[in-house]
Design a protein. Structure first.
Length: 159
């Protein structure tokens, strides 16, 4: 391995002239490990995503199941109100009132927009899940049929 190329046995290869890709990968892995120990990644999905990255997933079915769960969890936009804060000290009260006024004027439009987006996202996720279930059932039926046909062929050969 040289300073230009890093291969860890995974499906990915990093190459950049003059860049020590192995050092960058080590730094990222160390940072993730440190942050996990510090509790930065309290969300179980984030920790699971790190453990279940593309290089470590066992098979296509496991990846698809995990991906569909993540898709389902992230499909909907949070349209609830949020706290409006201002970091600039001097004008903070005025700017907060101005932002709240602007938000109250735009809220109706954004709520409708995001509600429609949530509806579309939900329909798309449901469609993808249903397609996955349909093809999984079809594959199981075909595998069963192949087994039966192989069994018949073996019986015919034996007789």
């Amino acid at each position: 391995m040289n300073d230009k190329e890093y291969e860890s046995g995974s499906i990915f290869t990093a190459y950049a002239p003059g860049v020590d890709a192995a050092a960058i990968v080590r730094e990222v892995e160390e940072t993730v490990a440190r942050k996990m120990e510090e509790g930065v990644y309290d969300d179980a999905r984030v920790a699971r995503a790190e453990r279940s990255n593309l290089a470590t997933l066992r098979n296509h079915d496991e990846f698809l199941e995990f991906y569909l769960k993540c898709l389902r969890d992230a499909a909907f936009v949070d349209i609830s109100d949020f706290e409006i804060r201002e970091r600039r000290r001097g004008l903070a009260p005025f700017l907060v009132r101005l932002k709240k006024t602007i938000w109250s004027l735009l809220k109706f439009y954004t709520y409708r927009l995001w509600s429609q987006q949530n509806q579309v996202n939900g329909l798309l996720v449901t469609a993808v899940e249903n397609i996955d279930q349909k093809y999984a059932a079809k594959i199981r039926a075909l595998e069963k049929r192949i087994s039966e046909l192989e069994g018949k062929t073996e019986k015919e050969r034996d007789t």
